[in-house]
Write a protein that binds this ligand. Structure first.
Ligand SMILES: Nc1ncnc2c1ncn2[C@@H]1O[C@H](COP(=O)(O)OP(=O)(O)OP(=O)(O)O)[C@@H](O)[C@H]1O
Length: 248
């Protein structure tokens, strides 16, 4: 029996044949606006509801904004933070500004991956995290692509070593077919790709599990929606993207 972590995202665990194998480090890749942040929030929130503490590493947005974004879906993490079951690692502000002074886990130099890992380790230990999301890991090596694999391997060792099951958000450009570069793609235990395609003047959302070590998974491209309650995946439907899109 594979020990799995349920994402709790409707439909997602069906196509994962039960959930993400525990300790896997999953690359969640996709272009702009495809739903990567929302997927990460929902994954962490569902963990909290299941008694699994979590850590969110904010590299792209102010921690205050992260809490607001989550609350918009009804996922208010503040009470869990007060109880020491959830933490936001601030790798965004460098400690600058009044709001940043209230943050507990601040990476004073987000360019310094070693420092980020030290703060992340502390947060994971403090809350007893079982789930971690890093949004986004691309930010860590955008200026230094040669360090991409090394950075992801470092993170993987820490995240998996401390027993967490993690999501690393990977940003790719609209036209890019890959998931974030060869070094990163091979290092990750799993790859889930979110897509947004314009077909006949309409944007269609779909996702595909490209790989997931330790389990069988759906090999199909499934449609999904983003609603006021978060993401819903349709395991029984398939999207074919060619000259025409069809959802069957
Ligand atoms: N309440 C909502 N209902 C429906 N769709 C929503 C809602 N809130 C946000 N969205 C959609 O989600 C998108 C943003 O998702 P998200 O922030 O997760 O994207 P992302 O993949 O992280 O993007 P980026 O890499 O640009 O940060 C918006 O562009 C919008 O289309």
């Amino acid at each position: 029996m594979v020990d799995r972590v349920k994402t709790g995202i409707p439909g997602m665990d069906d196509i994962l044949y039960g959930g993400i194998p525990r300790r896997n480090v999953v690359l969640l890749s996709g272009g702009p606006g495809t739903g990567k942040s929302i997927f990460s929030y929902q994954y962490l929130w569902n963990g909290l509801r299941e008694g699994e503490p979590g850590v969110f590493v904010a590299l792209e947005e102010h921690p205050v904004q992260v809490r607001i974004n989550m609350a918009q879906f009804g996922w208010d993490v503040r009470e869990y933070e007060r109880q020491g079951l959830f933490a936001v690692v601030d790798a965004f502000t460098s400690g600058i500004g009044e709001a940043a002074k209230k943050e507990r886990y601040v990476v004073t130099d987000p360019e310094d991956v070693g420092l980020l890992i030290d703060v992340l380790k502390e947060a994971i230990r403090d809350v007893g995290a079982k789930r971690v999301a890093v949004d986004s890991v691309s930010t860590l090596y955008l200026a230094k692509p040669v360090l991409a694999r090394r950075t992801v391997m470092l993170l993987k060792r820490v995240l998996s070593g401390l027993g967490t099951t993690s999501i690393l958000v990977s940003q790719v450009s609209v036209t890019e077919r890959g998931f974030g570069g060869p070094g990163v793609e091979h290092a990750a235990d799993g790859i889930i790709r979110l897509d947004l395609d314009e077909v006949d003047g309409e944007l269609v959302r779909s996702l595909i599990i490209w790989k997931m070590r330790g389990t069988k998974h759906s090999m199909r491209r499934h449609p999904f929606e983003i609603t006021d309650k978060g993401i819903i995946v349709y395991p029984d439907k398939v999207v074919r993207i060619g000259r025409r899109v069809s959802i069957e």
